[in-house]
Design a protein around this ligand. Structure first.
Ligand code: NAP
Length: 299
């Protein structure tokens, strides 16, 4: 019987995950499909209940459901519990287990960007959504000593800080209001800058002005393309990384959880690149963008 894995989100139309996961199943000769389920919040509980039937291996969960799905699974892994967000579901019989593979995905991306340098200890995180939670958890676990979270709606950054109050009790984790002058003065004390907002996903805009970026920064954008922020940072002489490495490794970790096998990273990477060359740029399904040159991407 063909096994099924689904991506549950709203919207999910232009998913890069579909290309990557489908290619991995084909390559490994596993009889499984990866389906895109566009479900509104009100339809989420029914979708999760359906996963309990025998033909499902599991699921990915994306915007806007990563936090909402937490109480709907039977068990959470340490990473899902710590972040309060689930992006992958596996099965134990009829029971559902919630994982967060964005955490190991971000860690691989950070390690690659830092390279042989000493791991920095100070970071700025822009954004306070599900992606930012995975980033902050990963940075805390990595031993960062100071993390400042800026968000448009300050209360959301404050809830994030509160959420981590126990695990981050040994270090300084602060929420600050989104003012350019405050971001600039914090940047002067910081080595790592992470964009975990969706600013730059659909429009060629940057969350912060290029003039305040400095050459010694390491800048990681979770968005899977060369955003304005990354281009400005590269012009300032900073080292940069887009969301591709994180996307690949969160997907590979999920695939391994469903199949019990090592993920075919090269195959998945090639599938991502092919999808990107057709213009799909959204990390998963959210706010999917088709570049003007790539009308065929929806095919
Ligand atoms: P989310 O929970 O919806 O959070 C979105 C964040 O962006 C919030 O902090 C929101 O601020 C901010 N934001 C959105 N529009 C804004 C605007 N116009 N001005 C200022 N702030 C704005 O989404 P998420 O899951 O955290 O994802 C965030 C980004 O990370 C997305 O682009 C996603 O593609 C990417 N991502 C990539 C990967 C990967 O594997 N590479 C994994 C996860 C996420 P407010 O709270 O003030 O609304």
């Amino acid at each position: 019987m063909t096994k099924r894995v689904v991506l549950i989100g709203h919207p999910v139309a232009h998913s890069l995950s579909g290309a990557m996961q489908g290619a991995a199943f084909d390559h490994a000769g596993i009889d499984a499909t990866y389906e895109l389920w566009d479900r509104t919040p009100i339809a989420l509980a029914d979708a999760i209940a359906e996963l309990r039937t025998d033909d499902f291996l599991g699921a990915n969960v994306t915007i806007p459901h990563k936090e909402r799905v937490v109480p709907q699974v039977d068990r959470l892994t340490e990473e899902a519990h710590a972040t309060g967000a689930v992006n992958t579901i596996t099965k134990e019989g009829r029971k559902l287990v919630g994982h967060n593979t964005d955490v190991p995905g971000f860690k691989v991306a950070l390690d690659a960007l830092v390279g042989r340098q000493k791991m920095p200890r100070h970071a700025i995180v822009l954004g306070a959504g599900g992606g930012a939670r995975a980033v902050v958890h990963s940075l805390v676990r990595e031993g960062f000593q100071r993390i400042v979270v800026f968000n448009r709606h300050l209360h959301r950054a404050e809830s994030l800080v509160k959420h981590f109050s126990r695990s981050a009790a040994h270090m300084e984790l602060r929420a600050m209001p989104w003012h350019e002058s405050i971001i600039e003065s914090e940047l002067a004390k910081t080595k790592v800058l992470v964009n975990a907002t969706s600013i730059g996903l659909n429009d060629d805009v940057s969350p912060i002005p290029g003039e305040i970026l400095t050459p010694d920064l390491l800048v990681l954008d979770l968005i899977y393309k060369q955003t304005r922020l990354l281009r400005d940072a590269a012009s300032a002489g900073a080292a940069i990384s887009d969301g591709g490495t994180m996307l690949l490794h969160q997907g590979a970790a999920a695939w391994s959880l469903w199949t019990g096998q090592d993920a075919p990273l090269e195959v998945m990477q090639a599938a991502l690149e092919e999808a990107r060359s057709k213009g799909v740029t959204s990390a998963e399904g959210e706010g999917g963008t088709l570049e003007p040159a790539a009308d065929a991407a929806g095919a």
